[in-house]
Design a protein around this ligand. Sequence first.
Ligand SMILES: *Cc1c(COP(=O)(O)O)cnc(C)c1O
Length: 359
Amino acid sequence: MRKAFINLEALQYNYGQIKKMAPHSRMIAMVKSNAYGHGMVPISLALPSADAFGVACLSEAIKLRQAGIEQPIVLISGFHHSEELSALDEYQLDFVVHQPEQVEVLARYKFDYAPQIWLKINTGMNRLGFLPNQVEPAFESLSRCAWLEKPINWMMHFANSDDANAQSNRDQFNLFKQIVQDFPGEKTASNSGAIVNLPEAHLDWVRPGIMLYGISPFSEKTGIALGLKPVMTLQASLLAVHSLKKGDAIGYGSTWCCPENMPVGVISLGYGDGYPRQAGIQSAMVSIRGTLCPLIGRVSMDLMTVDLRPCLNASVGDRVVIWGEALPVEQTAATVNTLGYELVCQVSSRVEFQYGYNT
Ligand SMILES: *Cc1c(COP(=O)(O)O)cnc(C)c1O
């Protein structure tokens, strides 16, 4: 058994918690990258009150429309190529415009619907967006498009929203306010980190991603500490339990030797399921019968091994929680020097996803 249980009750609870944090803002629920590995379609269908959904690319947007999602869908990096424009029409997508090349293409196009466009300003993240001196010409040129019916909306993205004290947050936000203050249209600046750290930046729309899934955007705090509930519980089973002798070596490379006679368990999950191989080397924890037990030896493709000394009554067939309820993914992520974001995104298609409501 290798299963990701996706608790839709927790998802809806987190949505409500975020609403409480930013009560005056509408929400673009970020469901890009297959809803951070949780399953974009069932996640989106379970958020009927989300004001809009945010995705990274056209194929994600099309999947949502084909699943019957009727809310606005925003292509958060815009269209990548002029060949995608007809699909924007067909699926009635909203999109970000972040560079002059897109404006040129749009000036020559004629949409059959009224897309909501979001003009993205680069206020210091230096990834996507118009530089301050490019904003006015882009706005003028877009305003001349005959197909434009809705006021242009405005977007920026913080580089350090996970750091409450970063001066760059204030600098970026002040620059944004200064540029957009005289323009009509709605504004958005905040992802999860900024929703918590920068209430003044909530504006008309917030764009939470990771917090919807009950995971913290901060390395020093878990989602639970932020009042969220983990949505994904990744689990496997204990396939075998061995009583090994002092000096016995475990797994590939024989990297780990038993320091005493001890019980060792074999878990039905490995890097082929998206679990980080590094976690074996760093002795990441898993939870068995509510007890944390450290991994030992190398994580292999289908299997990994665990020290059962903390849980002497563990037996074959026991459920092993890899992360989720009972063990925040943030803890595993910290052990392997990454973020919960990356771990949940990497869960592979071999893992069976099961959706339900667990209160
Ligand atoms: C992914 C993304 C978000 C959501 O970020 P979280 O940290 O997961 O809340 C918001 N805005 C943009 C532009 C993004 O790409």
